[in-house]
Ligand binder design. Structure first.
Ligand code: GLN
Length: 494
């Protein structure tokens, strides 16, 4: 069951949360080969589930629990948790026990969601395939010889394999949307500032955002409502009242009718999102999904995001620059890996970092330190910041002509494990369609839209204007009411 269905079944006492947790713990055990979990906390999960069951048993007349009460979830291992260790997929943090929990983790727990543990991810969320995890890759349940996407690969694989109804993820340049697309599930990265970054291990602070991965837009809406909201501990948290994204998702559009729930919705198709090099299977699935949106009453309009290609160099300057600063805290002194043998303090820093960080993380620290250094700062970092502003402005030009923007999430379906070899630029280039919305801080969503080569899932990306998550969820929900792509599970995981 998905989140909404399971929440209803729990409320109707058709099963208990403890039973749901037990069933999913057993399922996680059976499918260990996927490498989705880094840590399963069975005892804590059962205790939390029993506590919710107890609260439900003692409800007074007319009292109810929220829609997430007793629903099992798990967290990307980039969110710090008390109890379960936090590694960020890095040897640097192996065995690290945080003294506090992330705001997102606390809020979901307060809503009654029961965490089963921590999910695999690329080291410090740097990657697009989950192959950069220090603890081994995660496999795609649609084809275990392929990657699930990344960096929230464990989250996506766990939901796709029905190990969980939903999971948390983070998205700096596509890490919720792209694994959702590769794994045939739904994911949303909200506007920058909607979810607190407190307790999220920092990669690139001006880009990092949390969000849910689940089967449907409805399930994502339920999670996002609980996860989001102002938090004084995050200086970039958006100061606005709590949002009911589920109600926003259900709210009918003015002028809509039963058969045409999306009447009046203008969907912009940036020509740069449909280049000649786009894989034919991805193009076909995305175009067919767009035709479905037209049937639901939406109109398609041609728009342009002329700096789409520049998003790649801009992102791969800004994100490493911020990472090089953020990761300087890992010096072996206060926490994290410390080398066993060293000659003096400087040697201790050097050896601890050389041993603790993986190759992709080291590459980014070096790129970041370079682009920030005296003499290169103006040519690289400052120039990238200027282009970032222009990319954001291009979106505002588009939103004069349309309400939401649509296109593919990724240029291909999930690739094979190891396929990209030692060429990191190959993976960087494949981020082309998710980076623009990240740089602009806009909300973006991945919606299952059919399948391509090898039966692998294809995701449709929807991008909205600032704080228009409700509009994205509404459009995705209408599409999911009319189609069943989101309900399909991989063979062997039904
Ligand atoms: N693939 C991108 C990167 O490697 C995005 C990662 C992310 O969103 N965390 O940086």
């Amino acid at each position: 069951m998905g989140v909404a269905a399971l929440g209803r079944a729990l409320a109707a006492r058709e099963l208990s949360s403890a039973e749901a947790v037990q069933a999913l713990l057993a399922r996680a055990q059976v499918h260990q080969n996927l490498g989705a979990y880094l840590h399963v906390d069975a005892d804590a999960a059962l205790a939390a589930a029993r506590a919710v069951d107890g609260r439900r048993a003692n409800l007074g007349k007319g009292e109810t629990l929220g829609p997430l009460a007793g629903v099992p979830i798990a967290h990307k291992d980039i969110f710090v948790t008390t109890g379960a260790p936090t590694t960020a997929g890095s040897k640097m943090l192996a065995g690290y026990a945080s003294p506090f929990a992330a705001t997102v983790v606390e809020r979901l727990a307060a809503a009654g969601a029961v965490s089963l543990g921590k999910l695999n991810c690329d080291e410090f969320a740097m990657g697009s395939s989950n192959e950069n995890s220090a603890f081994g890759p995660t496999r795609n349940p649609w084809d275990v010889t392929r990657v699930p996407g990344g960096s929230s690969g464990g989250s996506a694989a766990a939901v796709a394999a029905r190990l969980l109804p939903a999971a948390t993820g983070t998205d700096t340049g596509g890490s919720i949307r792209q694994p959702a697309s590769f794994s045939g599930i739904t994911g949303i990265k909200p506007t920058y500032g909607v979810c607190s970054r407190w307790g999220m291990v920092a990669f690139a602070s001006s880009l990092d955002q949390a969000g849910p991965l689940a089967r449907s837009a409805e399930d994502c809406a339920l999670l996002l409502s609980a996860m989001s909201g102002f938090d004084a501990r995050d200086a970039t948290s958006a100061e606005r009242p709590p949002q009911d994204f589920h109600a926003q998702m259900l709210a009918a559009r003015a002028g809509a009718s039963a058969g045409k729930p999306l009447a009046g919705l203008r969907i912009g198709l940036p020509k740069e999102f449909f280049p000649a090099a786009l894989a034919a299977d991805v193009n076909g699935a995305v175009r067919a999904a767009l035709a479905e949106f037209e049937k639901l009453g939406a109109t398609l309009v041609d728009v342009s995001l002329p700096r789409t290609e520049l998003s790649i160099p801009v992102y791969y300057i800004i994100a490493p620059a911020e990472a090089s600063s953020n990761l300087s805290r890992f010096d072996g002194v206060r926490y994290g890996h410390r080398a066993a043998a060293y000659s003096d303090l400087l040697d201790m820093y050097k050896k601890s970092r050389a041993e603790g960080f993986g190759p992709e993380v080291k590459r980014r620290i070096m790129i970041g330190a370079y682009v920030l250094s005296h003499g290169y700062y103006d040519a690289y970092y400052l120039q990238a910041q200027k282009l970032r502003r222009m990319i954001a402005d291009d979106f505002q030009q588009c939103f004069r002509q349309c309400d939401v923007i649509a296109g593919p999430v990724a240029p291909t379906v999930a690739w094979k494990l190891g396929e990209q070899g030692d060429d990191p630029v190959k993976a960087y280039l494949a981020d082309i369609f998710t980076l623009p919305a990240s740089l602009a801080g806009l909300p973006g969503m991945s919606v299952p839209a059919g399948s391509g080569e090898g039966g692998m899932p294809v995701g449709l990306q929807l991008i909205g204007n600032y704080f228009r998550e409700g509009e994205l969820l509404h459009a995705a929900h209408a599409f999911q009411q009319a189609t069943d792509f989101h309900a399909r599970a991989p063979e062997g995981f039904r």
